[in-house]
Design a protein around this ligand. Sequence first.
Ligand code: CP3
Length: 344
Amino acid sequence: MKNDLLLRAARGEQVERPPVWLMRQAGRILPEYRAVRDSLKDFIELVKTPQRAAEVTIQPVDILDVDAAIIFSDILVIPEAMGLPYEMVEKRGPFFPKTVGNEADIRRLKVADAEADLGYVMEAIRLSKQALAGRVPLIGFAGAPFTIFTYMVEGGGSKTFSKARKMMYQSPEICHLLLQKITDSTILYLKAQAKAGADLIQIFDSWAGILPPAHYSEFSLPYIAQICASISEVPKTVFAKGAFFARKELAQIKCEVIGLDWNMSPQESRGLVGENKTLQGNLDPCALYGSDASIRKETRAMLQAFGGQRHIANLGHGVYPDTEPDKVRCFIETVKEWKNSEEF
Ligand code: CP3
């Protein structure tokens, strides 16, 4: 691997500078992505066409010079593989025509077979690895079981997630049945991604922050812990957006990296997590709406707060769709120019 900064930082080895990539860097912001996307019927067709998915996976490496690629796919391929297909409604987001409401619905779902049901993701990983030719590592990913659960019960995004949360109060055992089935599918899926060539995997618990701490400990953490305990092939990152209350518990999980959103202070998080994990994040995505001077100032302050080692520079959540690519470049260049010695 020519540039293995990400893997060294994840394992806690010395680095010359922190590696940098952006969550949601593939898709969303690049005109080159739109061009590929518009040449196909829709988003789902792009996800299921390995050659084209690999092409947009590589774009941020070629165009933005990030230190890692992330495979172009979506967290919602898991519900689909389990028997709950989704649609992606332009400008509105995901929609599931069928949802899960009771035990019979869950019994009808299957544990996803990674090669048979999600072979298109594995093929996209193999093609991306070929095209990368060792330039930078390739990140694989999946949604955390709890976040996937919310989509399967709600049928889409939500402001309150009250359907999913009602189920947690009314029928917790039904929730656990579904969460376990998602977990079993996700373990097989991530193992297959590692086998296909993913160098590191990230678990996105995007809606972690909607739960009270006790529910997070009951309905999310144990399933993330199971996944991480089952995968020793590659380093693992857990990003639990909004779960500031669970940082100590997350530190107990068998993963190498913990992702922080922009509400979490780097110093306080280091204190809670301890010295044995790498932290990823956490510039406010809105900082990229600022002037170049302001982006440089904010980025340097962030780098300094993390201290240069055991840190993977990133945003605190996915890059917003209306961010100018030049602003993203400014962020990336600032990280690359930064020297650990600036601390002193
Ligand atoms: O870096 C990357 O962009 C790689 C691919 C990737 C996508 N989705 C492609 C996508 C990744 C890592 C995801 C993860 C994902 N998907 C998450 C977790 C990360 C996060 O942001 O919290 C979630 C919650 C989803 C579910 C999802 N998919 C939503 C809510 C939407 C609609 C709004 C949006 O753009 O996020 C999607 C659609 C989606 N997934 C698009 C892309 C590029 C846009 C659709 C399009 O191009 O038409």
